[in-house]
Design a protein around this ligand. Structure first.
Ligand code: UT7
Length: 310
């Protein structure tokens, strides 16, 4: 019996911050940002829109889309590094707001790989028959930890939330394989010390190496070849990193998800937000083999090979 995704949802704030807006605030240019990252604009949450609010909107969307009722959810996992406050967790706040009164709740801290960690954790609970339905949310309000005086990082990030309801799916569909990993020795390259601090070059090198390798590993673990892959949804951190993993799989450009130009890097939210947009545009169809791959601060990484459909 496989666990799979029964419904998805997303929320992005309405306020758009363009590269041109950033040009007015710091020594940068639209051309540099587009060429070096692929980002054109990002969404920034208002002061009164905190992480839990964005998570709530995405979760409501996903629950509706899945046809499951909030009371049936056994566990809520929220992947975030920008919770409203250290505790109570965002997941417990959601539990109350959703009326998911039978759900246990915890947050997952694995930075941009957080949604992968959340989905894999959900899979374990569903496949062991511990819970019928697990709600997984990836959400970040990175704007509140962004150093707006640091052009090396300020141009990269955006706010948003994506969610999925995980449950049993029919034979042959759902999560076929996964890989999770961590290398704590690289923690010094990307961390929060009040504001976000990053050694972009080091993270870039790690990401190019790890994304391609993890994607290949999950394809092999699923007993498939890279020719069997229909669609790749990489963490949307930098178009050049994403392109490197696409080339490693030998996929044509239209078979890779790309939403970075609209939302920037939304960390744990980037993969589920992309999935929602790809489904809406008909890019992901039943029985497609999809590879998800993410990496982030920690350093952490995670990849999943899935056959889409219920
Ligand atoms: O979700 C995981 C989080 N992090 C990441 O995924 C980030 C991974 N790293 C990257 O995406 C890239 O390293 C960056 C896009 C952040 C930077 O690209 P890079 O190819 O590593 O460039 P660099 O940092 O070596 O900077 C090249 C030049 C420098 O100028 P000099 O020293 O060559 O004169 C920077 O000062 O670009 C300059 N620069 C900028 N120029 C205009 C750095 N940031 C900017 C900026 N606008 N915003």
């Amino acid at each position: 019996m496989n666990a799979g995704i029964l419904g998805v949802g997303k929320y992005v704030p309405s306020h758009i911050l363009t590269n041109e807006d950033l040009e007015k605030r710091m020594d940068t240019s639209d051309e540099w940002i587009r060429t070096m990252t692929g980002i054109e604009e990002r969404r920034i949450a208002a002061d009164d829109m905190d992480t839990s609010h964005m998570a709530y909107h995405a979760a409501v969307d996903a629950i509706e889309n899945s046809g499951v009722s909030p009371e049936e959810i056994g566990l809520i996992l929220v992947a975030t590094v920008t919770p409203d406050r250290p505790f109570p967790s965002v997941s417990t706040m959601l539990q109350e707001q959703l009326g998911a009164k039978n759900a246990a709740a915890m947050d997952v801290s694995a930075a941009c790989a957080g949604f992968m960690y959340g989905l894999v954790t959900a899979k374990q609970f569903v496949e062991s028959s511990s819970y019928d339905y697990v709600l997984v949310v990836g959400v970040e309000k990175l704007s509140k930890i962004t150093d707006w005086d640091d052009r090396n990082t300020a141009v990269l990030f955006g706010d948003g939330a994506g969610a999925a309801v995980v449950g049993r799916v029919s034979e042959g569909r759902g999560i076929l394989s996964f890989e999770l990993g961590a290398d704590g020795s690289g923690g010094k390259h990307l961390y929060q010390d009040e504001k976000l601090i990053m050694n972009g070059r080091e993270v870039f090198k790690f990401a190019v190496r790890q994304m391609g390798q993890s994607a290949m590993n999950v394809i092999e673990k699923a007993g498939l070849d890279k020719e069997d892959v229909d669609y790749l949804i990489p963490h949307q951190a930098n178009i050049r990193i994403m392109e490197a993993s696409r080339e490693r799989l030998g996929l044509p450009i239209e078979k890779m998800s790309k939403t970075i130009h609209k939302y920037g890097n939304t960390s744990a939210a980037s993969i589920p937000i992309s999935l929602v947009d790809d489904l809406a545009e008909g890019k992901v169809k039943d029985d497609d083999v999809i590879v998800f791959v993410g990496f982030g601060g920690g350093l952490t990484w995670g990849a999943i090979c899935m056959r889409w459909g219920k």
